[in-house]
Write a protein that binds this ligand. Structure first.
Ligand SMILES: *Cc1c(COP(=O)(O)O)cnc(C)c1O
Length: 429
């Protein structure tokens, strides 16, 4: 499998090169040259396949022959070592819980897959790779945990000071070893801009191999397609048309879901649910893509003003607006509506949703399901990760799971950073 740059001005590369580079030299995102649908028999027999086999069958064409079957299955066994249940919360609505991994957010799968692929590609190689990543919340923790102790890889995480939750901050500042957290005096977009600048700065890249672990990296992005296939396996016997609502920030997760549908997964419609960072929602109404600065919300992992993966979604629909519109809708909700939805879900179904999941739930409501449809909203983080908001909104106490308890009594270590010069100085030191 070859990958090309969506800016069409860089050579095609193999899977390993795309993973190691992160972004193409022309600054474009890498995109698979072909997506070949799986045979119908795969979906017909899916209930007889375990998660590792499903993962292998759906990802193997994207990896190509660079990781042999046995090793790829070993990687998947390690990555997919927890549950991905769909929980019914109403007559025709369920939530796909993606928070059973080590950092209790859905990014664990992508981060772990990428870390293990990089570890595999580096195992006979003395060259160090530095993973540079900006986070608005959960990416940092998942990447830190996924890469902890991986040989030949240093991880540098930039996060906006005071704009991530206490638990998120501890997950990325308390691990030590090969993980360093830079605490940036600014918003997420400032962190992302600094990362982009470093990738283009030859005085850094001539000296070290930098790569990204944001969902621009194909090894972070593509394995997220598993979720949609795992949900289908659980819902197939309902014989309904499935509508997925995906709480979206950088639009990597929903984009991976669309890749799954291109593999032949039966999906009726995709709903992108956002907070007030509504660049894509406005685009769907006006066909004009006008990114804005990101605004802080209670669903902070989606506070993204210029979603990097939207260009991949457009490509998946051959840049045809009408074709996109037929399969994809987007809705935006403010914090007041999000809190009301959390209350509604709790009072009607006795289910505690985090703010991101609640935005997903609202997306299904706006879409308006008919009786032949079953809507699934993705619950992208455990409610404990947004403890204050969940406890105050629902007036209850959330039990703290042991994965989280472990980090709560560790001491935060971060390096304060206020400009690009400081990042550069750190990388070159
Ligand atoms: C990252 C994240 C999102 C947004 O996912 P994208 O792939 O960036 O659209 C949603 N919810 C949570 C909890 C997240 O951590």
């Amino acid at each position: 499998m070859q990958y090309y740059s969506l800016h069409h001005n860089a050579p095609k590369v193999s899977f390993s090169e795309a993973v190691i580079k992160g972004l193409a030299p022309d600054k474009g995102l890498y995109f698979p040259e072909t997506i070949t649908p799986l045979p119908d028999s795969f979906f017909e027999n899916i209930e007889n396949l375990d998660e590792v086999e499903i993962g292998y069958q759906t990802i193997k064409q994207f990896v190509g022959d660079e990781i042999p079957e046995t090793e790829l299955k070993e990687i998947l066994k390690d990555v997919l070592s927890f549950e991905f249940p769909v929980v019914d919360i109403a007559e025709n609505i369920g939530t796909l819980e993606l928070f059973h991994g080590p950092t209790m957010a859905f990014k664990d799968v992508g981060a772990r897959f990428m870390a293990r692929c990089l570890g595999y590609f580096n195992k006979n190689n003395e060259n160090k790779v530095t993973v540079l990543v900006a986070t608005s919340g959960d990416t940092g923790g998942a990447v830190a945990q996924g890469f902890l102790g991986v040989k030949g890889v240093d991880v540098v995480i930039l996060y906006p000071s005071g704009k991530v939750s206490d638990i998120q901050e501890r997950q990325l500042t308390t691990l030590g070893q090969n993980i360093t957290a830079l605490e940036v005096d600014g918003v997420f977009d400032d962190c992302q801009d600094m990362v982009k600048k470093a990738f283009l700065d030859t005085s850094i890249t001539d000296y070290m191999q930098l790569t990204s672990a944001n969902s621009i990296n194909i090894a972070r992005w593509l394995p997220q397609l598993f979720y949609f296939v795992f949900a289908y396996k659980q819902l197939k016997s309902k014989s309904k048309d499935i509508v997925f609502s995906v709480p979206s920030g950088n639009f990597g997760n929903i984009c991976a879901g669309i890749v799954a549908s291109k593999l032949g997964l039966p999906v009726k419609h995709f709903v992108a649910s956002t907070n007030v960072n509504d660049t894509v929602v406005r685009y769907m109404n006006t066909e004009k893509y006008e990114p804005t600065a990101s605004k802080a919300t209670i669903s902070n992992a989606m506070d993204v003003g210029n979603p990097s993966n939207f260009i991949r979604i457009q490509q998946l629909f051959n840049n045809n607006f009408n074709s996109l519109k037929g399969n994809f809708s987007a809705y935006s909700f403010n914090d007041v509506l999000t809190k009301e939805a959390m209350k509604e879900i709790y009072s009607k179904s006795n289910y505690i949703a985090d703010p991101h999941g609640a935005v997903g739930y609202l997306g299904l409501k706006s879409y308006g399901l008919n009786e032949n449809e079953y809507g699934v909203f993705l619950e992208t983080a455990h409610p404990v990760k947004f403890l204050d908001i969940v406890e105050n909104t629902l007036d209850l106490n959330v039990e703290i799971p042991k994965q989280i308890q472990k980090v709560l009594n560790k001491e935060k270590v971060s390096i304060k950073t206020n400009d690009y010069g400081k990042l550069k100085e750190f990388l070159l030191s």
